[in-house]
Design a protein around this ligand. Structure first.
Ligand SMILES: Cc1ncc(C[n+]2csc(CCOP(=O)(O)OP(=O)(O)O)c2C)c(N)n1
Length: 248
């Protein structure tokens, strides 16, 4: 039987996340993979603004908290000046796909050699559940109280598909964290992305479909089912780009 062991990068401290929030699982997966690759003293976590930033409270590795949406720009500077370090951003969907849209598209287009971990919970969690670019059609938020209407708020933005139109990215994949299968696939995908970076190959992007029990106003268990029925059919999990596999 597998024995639970706290990752060396996670402090023995309250996470600050609401019960059932998948942000904590996402950061746990990232920390596990970093330790597995023997990179715990070499990694730099570029932390964005939002609930994503709560990992400041328990992340034991090197990190930098940066301005809303600017993590890919900051990571560019950090990685270019410290090419031997394992650099990654950890960003929510408001951060990455709204205020930081220019930064993520530009960094991906330049093929910067760092990894983006994108936690897509389809809402602005930290500020109280407003509409995000990724909010589903019909999904109720505090700014779309009758549900997202595309005629007013446009359509949910699919970031993997959007970035997959660019030439430079090396690895782009989306995983859903609402099932053991999805979690295991995410772990393997994160590892692959970090391995690409360590081999100096270029830009890698991992989208993790997550939840927000508090702002979706559901029990944690109900959010997992909601994801099966609503989130996954629209944001299809899968590997969108794998340059290494294309070459083989
Ligand atoms: C420049 C700037 N604009 C707006 C804010 C307010 N703000 C803080 S968190 C946040 C939304 C974060 O949402 P998301 O990135 O989806 O992350 P989540 O909290 O859902 O994990 C906003 C708009 C800010 N801190 N700085």
């Amino acid at each position: 039987m597998a024995e639970y062991k706290r990752s060396n990068l996670i402090a023995d401290a309250p996470s600050g996340y609401c019960p059932g929030c998948l942000h904590s699982l996402a950061t746990r997966l990232v920390s596990d993979v970093i330790c597995e690759l023997g990179q715990e003293d070499n990694s730099i976590n570029v932390i964005s603004v939002g609930c994503s930033a709560l990992n400041l409270l328990y992340w034991k590795g090197d990190f930098l908290g940066v301005a809303h949406g600017r993590a890919p720009a900051s990571a560019t500077g950090i990685k270019r000046t410290n090419p031997e370090r394992l650099v990654f951003t950890y960003q929510g969907d408001g951060d990455l796909a709204a205020i930081g849209l220019a930064e993520i598209v530009s960094a991906a287009n330049r093929g910067e050699n760092f990894t983006v971990i994108f936690a897509n919970n389809q809402t602005y969690g930290m500020t109280g559940g407003q509409l995000a670019p990724t909010t589903l059609i019909g999904q109720k938020t505090t700014t779309t109280v009758y549900g997202r209407d595309p005629a007013v708020a446009g359509y949910p933005m699919r970031m993997c598909e959007l970035l997959n139109t660019l030439e430079a990215p090396q690895y782009i994949a989306r995983f859903a964290l609402n099932s053991p299968k999805g979690i295991n696939q995410a772990r393997a995908g994160i590892k692959k992305a970090f391995e690409y970076q360590l081999a100096g190959k270029g830009f890698t992007f991992i989208e993790l479909l997550t939840n927000c029990p508090t702002n979706w106003k559901m029990s944690p268990l109900d959010t997992l089912e909601y994801m099966n029925e609503n989130t996954i059919p629209y944001f299809k999990p899968g590997v969108y780009r794998d340059k290494e596999a294309e070459v083989k």
